[in-house]
Design a protein around this ligand. Structure first.
Ligand code: GRG
Length: 292
């Protein structure tokens, strides 16, 4: 296992590289206040987990390149759009995100909707502007995971089942869509760009699925026990709004055991990559004890 100090140093370096690229990702030529709303959402202090996963998956097989960083920024734009729309009054109706007022609180509802739309379009413009021979395949994987068969599909189930009963299978599909899909997008795109074979893509996908399911189960637990200052968002909303969560399905103790099992699955999936995958293994294990 990678020592904590080595993990922290590498994660900090990655976050700095990603933040530098994100700072340039929204073109100066966009008119205000839309440009400000897009930058507000995109540059707010997040963990940058999805771009980090893309770059680290790519690094398993290839030296760094500009296309991987462009795809990573595009993926964070899609994530940022999803958070802006998720926080809207018609969705989760939240006022706090990443420790700041949500985009619609700062810029108004109409401008926040447009900022989300524009970030999504900007992400596709960025991906389609990549000349790398495998960029189209990577972009396809991201598009598939972000849309109605992935993240938006999961959110559709979340909305449809709010205040209703559902079994574990439905909640599992919802969480696989809402959360694991973008993790799978990240790892697939990074590996595709790096020229991975089918076996490596399958291993990466099992890692990303396990990580995503564990990450969302921990999110559900943090919603129960975390505080707003630590989380950077409002806790206690799932129960208050009748949301189906993994905790509501199996209880707190089992949800933690499931998160640990999904994490073991994720770590085991990377066996074939050897020590090169130590950072990704450590990331999955540390996500179990995260506080935000
Ligand atoms: C299309 C109208 C419309 C809305 C889309 C798809 C969608 C709304 C929302 C996605 C659902 C969602 C927000 C799922 C939760 C995923 C999740 C755990 C987000 C938080 O990720 P972190 O913890 O956040 O990585 P940071 O802030 O660190 O980036």
């Amino acid at each position: 296992m990678m020592p904590d100090t080595a993990y922290e140093a590498r994660a900090l370096r990655r976050r700095a590289e990603i933040d530098a690229a994100l700072a340039l990702a929204v073109p100066d030529t966009i008119e205000e206040p839309l440009k400000g709303a897009m930058r507000y959402a995109l540059l707010a202090p997040g963990k940058r987990l999805r771009p980090m996963l893309l770059l680290e998956a790519h690094a398993l097989l290839s030296p760094p390149d500009d296309t991987a960083m462009r795809m990573a920024t595009a993926l964070e734009m899609i994530h940022a759009y999803s958070l802006v729309h998720d926080d809207l009054p018609a969705m989760d109706n939240d006022t706090l995100r990443r420790g700041r007022p949500t985009c619609h609180v700062a810029y108004g509802e109409a401008m926040a909707i447009l900022a989300g739309d524009a970030l999504l379009s900007q992400a596709f413009e960025t991906m389609l502007g990549c000349a790398h021979p495998r960029a189209q395949r990577a972009a396809f994987a991201i598009a598939r995971c972000a849309g109605a068969q992935g993240m938006v599909g999961g959110q559709g189930l979340d909305i449809a089942y709010t205040g209703r009963e559902a079994d574990r299978e439905v909640i599992g599909r919802m969480q696989a869509g809402k959360t694991a899909a973008l993790f799978r997008a990240a790892v697939s795109a990074g590996l595709i760009l790096a020229g991975a074979d089918e076996g490596q893509l399958d291993a990466g996908d099992r890692y990303a699925y396990g990580l995503g399911r564990a990450f969302q189960a921990i999110d559900d637990l943090l919603d129960l026990s975390g505080d707003a200052a630590q989380l950077g968002k409002t806790p206690g909303k799932d129960e208050a709004e009748g949301k189906l969560t993994w905790v509501s399905a199996v209880g707190e103790a089992q949800a933690r055991l499931d998160a640990e099992r999904w994490t073991r699955d994720a770590v085991d999936a990377l066996a074939a990559f050897g020590p090169a995958a130590d950072f990704l293994r450590a990331l999955a294990v540390r996500a179990l004890s995260r506080l935000n």
